[in-house]
Design a protein around this ligand. Structure first.
Ligand code: PMP
Length: 440
């Protein structure tokens, strides 16, 4: 590796103008320590920092780069769209094509509203649920992250977990009191909450398969159980597929769970993000026409955006989804299985108790005896795991040229561009990282 003085000075300079030197907290390496790498460019499975160091990237922009970075078809689509104009503030055919592509993959998304971030998608879904039901309360699960929406920050995963925050300052008690936070994978707790306050509950929002407290898969029957309980009480089920959508299968976690795992359920609303924009700011809400038509301009639930359905961003999303065929998903699945097994083997060789947890092609490592023995099913269990083993593991990988997510509470992301050479570099780095984890 080159010396990283360039990263250090970039970070110093950034801290003089950006709070914490970053525009999104997890990027700041707060839980792993050290200077974040400032990225100059990326291609395929690799990213290159301002010091010229190249890393195999297992962050993939936190999910969007399913095809790898700077995929030629996506870059060409963006260049062509940009040449036609950056933003019109008027409808375009590209938006219609992207919405149709989403519906083709997830037919229950009969109507789609495009927004720019996952946060906007979940915020809109919550507002729509409240507007449609006339009820105030939302249930979310501890450890699930749905973006930085006031009402959804309580006991959230991702950066909120990384910084060990219970929620956020600046969220009023009144807002917080309208969110009930329940333990994940606990249908009994959901039944009890509905028994007590069912008439006031507008919706349950859940990550389709949680990936913001590390990977904690839904127990068999959990999502379908949420569907059953919400339907019985006239509440909506919002399946947050911002992270999983179009990543774990062509039709997201819902498609994977219903067609591969044999579950049977359909949520009322889906939220999408990340892959749907192919690295540009696009996210979406989808659901049945009767519900979605309650959004403005047809209905009373207001939602809008100057840059919503931005033509350049939509071009990136459409090019990404069009290229994401069955072979892409098969490749990413196979690489995840191979790599997860290799991580496990390296850690076991050093006697580090752990479990690699998967949701489709997403995976992460949970450290500790309890995780090894019986897996991790709740946020409380994640917090009680041996999280201290992650920072030295992370840094050993980084020094060996592999960019992992800079927090144990995040998923590892692969792309179809991770070929044998890139995977080989990861495999070479693992034994040293496992030794560092063992020594922690
Ligand atoms: N929901 C989930 C499940 C997410 O993982 C994220 C972001 N990681 C969001 C919502 C928020 O999306 P964004 O960061 O685009 O606002």
């Amino acid at each position: 590796m080159h010396d990283d003085a360039a990263n250090h000075s970039a970070f110093e300079r950034a801290q003089g103008v950006l709070p914490g030197g970053v525009n999104s907290p997890v990027r700041a390496y707060r839980s792993v320590g050290g200077d974040p790498r400032f990225i100059a460019s990326a291609a395929g499975p690799y990213i290159t920092d301002v010091a010229g160091n190249e890393y195999v990237d297992l962050v993939c922009s936190w999910g969007p780069a399913l095809l790898g970075h700077a995929h030629p078809a996506v870059v060409a689509a963006v260049q062509e769209a940009a040449a036609r104009g950056l933003s019109f503030g008027a409808p375009t055919v590209g938006e219609v094509e992207l919405a149709e592509e989403i519906r083709r993959r997830v037919p229950a998304a009969e109507r789609v509203r495009l927004v720019s971030t996952g946060t906007e998608a979940t915020m809109t879904a919550v507002r729509l649920a409240r507007g449609a039901t006339g009820r105030p309360l939302i249930i979310k699960f501890a450890g699930c992250y749905h973006g930085h929406v006031d009402s959804l920050l309580a006991e959230a995963g991702s950066g909120v977990a990384t910084q060990a925050l219970p929620g956020s300052a600046g969220v009023t008690e009144a807002t917080a009191s309208e969110t009930l936070v329940l333990p994940y994978n606990d249908l009994g707790a959901v039944e009890a909450a509905f028994a007590e306050r069912g008439a006031d509950i507008a919706a349950v929002i859940t990550e389709a398969a949680p990936a913001n407290m590390g990977i904690v898969p839904p127990a068999p029957g959990f999502n379908a159980g949420l569907r059953r309980i919400t339907a019985a009480h006239g509440a909506l089920l919002i399946l947050d597929e911002v992270l999983t959508g179009f990543r774990v299968s062509a039709s997201g976690w819902w498609g994977y769970e219903t067609s591969v795992l044999g579950a049977s359920f359909t949520p009322d609303l889906f939220t999408f993000g990340k892959v749907v924009g192919g690295g540009m700011p696009v996210a979406a809400i989808g659901g049945p026409a009767a519900l979605m038509d309650q959004l403005a301009p047809l209905g009373p639930v207001y939602q809008a955006g100057t840059l919503s359905g931005n033509p350049v961003a939509v071009a990136a999303g459409l090019a990404t989804l069009r290229a994401a065929d069955a072979a892409v998903y098969a490749k990413v699945d196979a690489t995840a299985t191979h790599l997860g097994a290799a991580v496990s083997e390296a850690l076991s060789a050093e006697g580090v108790a752990h479990r690699v947890q998967y949701s489709g092609s997403l995976f992460s490592v949970m450290f500790g005896e309890e995780a090894a023995a019986s897996g991790v099913h709740t946020y409380a269990q994640v917090q009680a795991s041996d999280t201290f083993r992650y920072p030295p593991f992370f840094h050993a990988m980084l020094d060996a040229g592999v960019n992992l997510p800079p927090s144990v509470y995040e998923a590892w992301f692969l792309s179809a561009a991770h070929d044998d050479v890139a995977v080989g570099r990861i495999l070479e780095a693992l034994p040293g990282a496992a030794r560092a984890a063992a020594a922690a």
